[in-house]
Ligand binder design. Structure first.
Ligand SMILES: [Zn+2]
Length: 332
C-alpha cells in the first residue's frame, strides 16, 4: 500500500475509530470510494473501547482491531490497521503489549493484529527520540510491522497531549533533523515519518494555522540529494483539520502517503446526531409524564445517522487525498 501511494502520488486517509459505528462508517466509505485506507486506534480510543469499568488502552485496541479484521473481509479494499500517537511514557503499557500480541498471533500461524504502529517520541530531544525509535523499529521489523515516527512538534491538543505553549519556530522540522531521522532508521525496517510543518492538532478557523508544506519538499530534497531517490520518506500529515485543499494536494507531491483524520470525522459523526435530538426533542425525552418515542431514542437510529455522516466525510477525504478509485485489492 505504501509503495502504491508513493508511486501514484496519493495518500491514505487514516481515521481514528473508537466504536462499532465509527468502524462501520469508515469501512463503508473506503469501499464506496474504491480506496484502500488506514484505520487507527489511539491510546484514548483503546481505553474508551475497553469500557469505563476496565479502562485498558491496549485491551481496547486489541478488541477494536479484532472487530476490524472480522468486518473488513466483507469489503473489496485493503485496510491497514494502525495505532496512533504513543508517547514514551505509555510505550510499555500500550505499544509493547500490542507488538507482543502480534508476535503471539504470528507464532500461532495467524496474520498480524496491527500492520503498523506509531511511536511519538517527539517530546524528547531528537537524539533520544531516535534511540527509542530505532529500538522499536527493530522490534516491529521482526514482526513485519511498519513503524511511524515523529520529529518536531505538532501544536495543539490531542487525546490529552497538549503542546499549545510551544514556540512557533519549533513547529517546523529542519532538513538537518530529517537527515538525522533517515541516517538513524534507514536499513532497520520499514517506517513512516511524521515531520512537522506547522501542523496543529484540533480544530481551527481557516487561516489560523500557518502550514509550510515546502518544509517537506526541502527535507526530502536534503535526503535524496545525499542518498539518492530511493531514500525518499513515506511522510505522514498530522494536525491537518481545516487545511485548504490545495495545501493538502501540495503535500502529496512531496511524499505524504498518510493523512490523519480525526477532528473532522468526530464532528461529521456528531452533527447528524445533534440534528436528530433537536428535531425530535419531544420524542427522545420523557416530558410531562409522557413516555417519549421508543423509535427515536433507540440508539441504533441516531448512531446510524452518525455512521453515515462519518462515512460521507471520509469519502471526501479519499477524494481530497486522491485515493478514490486507487484500490490495489486483488491486484497485488
Ligand atoms: Zn503527531
Amino acid at each position: 500500500m505504501l509503495n502504491a501511494a508513493q508511486k501514484g502520488d496519493y495518500a491514505y486517509p487514516a481515521i481514528n475509530v473508537t466504536s462499532l459505528p465509527t468502524i462501520n462508517g469508515a469501512l463503508k466509505a473506503f469501499a464506496e470510494s474504491k480506496s484502500d485506507g488506514i484505520i487507527q486506534v489511539s491510546t484514548g480510543g483503546g481505553q474508551f473501547a475497553s469500557g469505563t469499568a476496565v479502562k485498558d488502552a491496549a485491551l481496547g485496541a486489541i478488541v477494536l482491531a479484532e472487530v476490524v479484521h472480522r468486518l473488513a473481509v466483507k469489503y473489496d479494499v485493503l485496510i491497514g490497521l494502525h495505532t496512533d500517537h504513543c508517547q514514551p511514557k505509555v510505550v510499555d503499557g500500550f505499544l509493547r503489549p500490542l507488538i507482543a500480541e502480534t508476535a503471539r498471533r504470528r507464532a500461532a500461524g495467524q496474520i498480524n493484529l496491527f500492520t503498523s504502529h506509531m511511536l511519538d517520541a517527539s517530546e524528547l530531544p531528537l537524539k533520544e527520540n531516535m534511540t527509542l525509535s530505532l529500538e522499536l523499529l527493530k522490534l516491529c521489523a521482526e514482526n513485519e510491522i511498519v513503524l511511524e515516527v515523529e520529529a518536531g512538534v505538532v501544536g495543539g491538543e490531542e487525546d490529552g497531549h497538549d503542546t499549545s505553549g510551544v514556540a512557533h519556530d519549533k513547529l517546523y522540522t529542519s532538513p538537518e533533523d530529517m537527515l538525522s531521522v533517515y541516517e538513524t532508521l534507514n536499513g532497520h525496517g520499514r517506517y513512516m515519518f511524521a515531520a512537522t510543518f506547522g501542523n496543529v492538532h484540533g480544530a481551527y478557523k481557516p487561516g489560523a494555522v500557518k502550514l509550510k508544506p515546502a518544509i517537506l519538499r526541502d527535507g526530502q530534497k536534503a535526503v535524496t540529494d545525499k542518498y539518492g531517490a530511493a531514500a525518499e520518506f513515506d511522510l505522514v500529515f498530522h494536525g491537518g483539520s481545516g487545511t485548504p485543499l490545495e495545501e493538502i494536494r501540495e503535500t502529496l507531491d512531496y511524499g505524504v502517503i498518510k493523512m490523519n483524520i480525526d477532528t473532522d470525522t468526530q464532528y461529521a459523526f456528531t452533527r447528524p446526531i445533534v440534528d436528530h435530538m433537536m428535531k425530535n426533542y419531544a420524542g427522545v425525552l420523557k416530558i410531562d409524564g409522557e413516555v417519549g418515542d421508543k423509535k427515536l431514542y433507540d440508539p441504533r437510529g441516531y448512531l446510524k445517522k452518525g455512521e453515515q455522516g462519518l462515512c460521507d466525510r471520509m469519502k471526501q477525504a479519499c477524494d481530497d487525498l486522491r485515493s478514490t478509485g486507487q484500490t490495489i485489492c486483488g491486484k497485488v
